[in-house]
Structure formats: structure tokens, C-alpha cells
Design a protein around this ligand. Sequence first.
Ligand SMILES: [Zn+2]
Length: 322
Amino acid sequence: MQKETFRGVVLYPSDIRSLGADKLIHILKKADINLIGIHSNTLTENLDSLKIYLESADGRLLIDLCKENNIDVEYECHVLQEILPRSLFNEHPEYFRVDSNGVRTNDLNICFSSEEAWITIEKNVTELVTWMKPTTNRYFFWIDDSYDGFCNCDKCKPFSPSDQALIYENRMLEIIRRVNPDATLAHLAYASTLDAPKTVKPEEGIFLEFAPIGRNYENPLPSEQYNALKTNLEIFPKETAHILEYWLDASMFSGWNRDTWNKIPWDTNFCKRDIELYRDLGIESFTTFATWMFHQRYFELYGQDEAIEVAREYGSILKREK
Ligand SMILES: [Zn+2]
């Protein structure tokens, strides 16, 4: 049996709310998109706002309509600040990282070697997975969004950022699997975790998620990112590797500034070129941020028909002929 190709978009709850589930599903069907990833990031839309959306009438309708239309639903979330609250720092500074100046701080991430921190994390994750149920069984519980956010304590220091992330992901998968034995979990290769881990090995069920942020789409994937992807594919299975791109990410192309709300620099040929490159490496699972683009405001600024046409082109590039 041929493995199914994922053709996804990643959206904020606020994007979905602005369109409403009915209209969104209509657009996805038209564009042949078969996966929605709902995004939370703690800072602008947190896990609570995601949960509130899912429990609303529109959120329930979305889940029902996705099921009816064979559209998978996943949750791509920065969760670490919420599963290990920063307020614990006063009583338990040892849960948190030592920064590159040697100062213990609760600004980003955690001490990835702190056993005690995991007691709190486990409790919170076990609760989280009671309501967050990806239809693909793929989980995305990312660490903090940062370039220099890793731990420099004596225990963590020997490990690269990617290795520290993988220590966290291996442990996280074990916790999720106690609730959902079919679970798999993403290792996000991105920013400072772009390079492949060197010493830590992924447990079975950890899959590569490659997110080449900061590209100029006029050019092919830069060699630094391409080489990092290839090296990662020597560590993580090709069959489950997943690309998270930014082709339709109006939020990124606006510098995440809602006063800007720019038009995306879409070019079908650039996207096609990129997908061919990824497919040549054996990858069949794709999604792209489409935050602020699948949004009523974007439609008003740049035209609904044109936006839907772009989505349709994206879906048709990925819809491989059988
Ligand atoms: Zn540490």
C-alpha cells in the first residue's frame, strides 16, 4: 500500500475562529489539504486558548467536519513554559537552565538533566493528553522557541542543543505512550536544533520534523539547511520524516507584527522546486504554516479568491498522481 502523503496547513485557533469551521473546511476541501495542525506558542495563543476553542461550538464542529471529510487534526505546540511553570523557579531553581553566562535562569526551557522537573512535567503532560488527541497519533510538544536557550549545567553541557532536545523528547514520548501506546513524537530540527544530534539516539517512535525557518524562498534550500536535513535523515527514519515549511506563513512574512499583515511572496515554482528536493530525499509528509493567511483579515486585504487559489496550488503540487 502506498503511504499516504500529508498535505497540511498549520493555523492558530484565532485563524480558525476568524473564518469559522464551515468556511475553513470548504477551503481545505477545495485545496485538497488533508491535515490541519493547530498551533499554540504560549506567548500569543496558549494551550488554554486552544482548549477553549476546541470546547467551543465551532471547535466541536471543526473536529466533526474534519472527520467527515477525512482531514486529520494535529497540534503543533510550544508547550514547555506551560508544562513546567516558570513560577516554580523561586522554590526550585534547579529545574531550570544555566545560561551561557553560567547564571541559572527561568527565561527559557529547563535543565534537561533535572530529574525532579520531570515529576511536574509528567503530571501536566498526562493531563494535557487527555484532551489533546491528534488523529494521526503524532504529537508535537516543542521546547521553547529560541536560538540560545539550552542548559549549560555540568550535566547538560556535554550535550549539543539537538541532543538536549532529544533527551527531552525521548522522555516525553515515554510519558505520552503510557496514555496512548500508539503515540509518536516529533524531534523538531529548527534554529539551534537544526544540526543532527550527535550522542543521544532517538527512541523508536521519535520522528524528524524539519522546519527551515528564515529562508529566502527565491533560492533553493540553503546548503547549510540541506546538509543538516541529510544528516538528520541518517539518525531519524526517512519513512516518518515530516517537513514543516513556511510557504504560506503570512505571520512570518509580517515579522509576527499584526500592524503589518503582509502578503505572502508565493511562487508555485519555488514551492514545487522545494517539494521535489524533499521528495528526492524520501520525504512524503508535508505541512506549512498558513497562519494569518487562512484568516478573514488576509482575505479582506488581498482577496479571498486569490488566497484560495494559492492554497489550491499548494495542495495540487503535493497531490501526487497515483
Ligand atoms: Zn542542565
